[in-house]
Design a protein around this ligand. Structure first.
Ligand SMILES: C[S@@+](CC[C@H](N)C(=O)[O-])C[C@H]1O[C@@H](n2cnc3c(N)ncnc32)[C@H](O)[C@@H]1O
Length: 211
């Protein structure tokens, strides 16, 4: 898929989805994500880029010593994130930008790059462009944490995910069969230091650093 097509699809989709996002996502947020987010954001400090910040669900969990730039392709999602900005303990700047083009930011600038449920929304070819950009803007030794949802190997859970997959793709543009780990592994400037499931065998936390 081309960058322009992806931008068009996501911007159009999230114009509508943004209106209902927090409502639609509420059961997952309440029962799953609100327990995972503090765990994901633990230990993050300094200059941080959050890519695909969405409605700003992570903002409240960042430590005080974070200077955060949150980007998203969707203006409407960012409007909602702006309402959560005042709940954050850290300095937050929210900017409409595409993760595949971070030309707004200098190379070797960020201490951390974070994204939750972004790559599952991006086709593999665009993930590799975004991940190249993450590598470029990270300082040498800078770290990243990405969280993605993947298909379970448990038959019951896999069946439920399969049943949900058309809805998830239609409403969020997300798919559970993206190859984020492979894309990250093939980036020459990044090292993966840890991969672990933080819930079931579906919520995958990938951590690493820039060489
Ligand atoms: C499933 S939502 C996740 C939102 C948030 N990270 C969370 O944890 O709730 C995916 C978000 O990624 C954004 N997005 C998709 N492609 C993007 C891109 N290329 N650059 C920046 N944001 C993107 C969407 O607009 C949407 O807000």
């Amino acid at each position: 898929m081309t960058i322009n097509t992806h931008q068009h699809i996501i911007k159009t989709k999230y114009k509508t989805t943004a209106k209902f996002y927090d409502l639609l996502d509420w059961p997952w947020e309440f029962f799953v994500y609100r327990k995972l987010r503090p765990q994901i954001l633990d230990g993050i400090s300094g200059k941080v880029l959050e890519a695909g910040v969405g409605t700003g669900r992570n903002l409240v969990y960042y430590n005080r010593n974070v200077d955060l730039i949150g980007i998203d392709l969707s203006f409407e999602m960012l409007l909602r994130a702006k309402k959560r900005q005042k709940l954050a303990r850290c300095n937050v700047n929210l900017i409409e930008a595409d993760a595949t083009n971070l030309s707004l930011f200098n190379s070797n600038y960020f201490d951390w790059v974070v994204s939750t449920f972004l790559c599952c929304v991006m086709p593999n070819n665009l993930q590799s462009i975004a991940i190249n950009e993450f590598a470029r803007v990270l300082k040498p030794g800078g770290k990243f944490k990405l969280v993605e949802i993947v298909y379970s190997n448990q038959p019951g859970l896999y069946r439920k995910q399969k049943l949900m997959s058309a809805y998830v793709e239609k409403v969020f543009g997300a798919k559970f069969d993206r190859n984020t780990l492979e894309v990250l592994s093939s980036n020459k400037d990044l090292t993966i230091t840890s991969t672990k499931f933080i819930k079931d065998d579906t919520y995958l936390l990938i951590e690493g650093s820039k060489k």
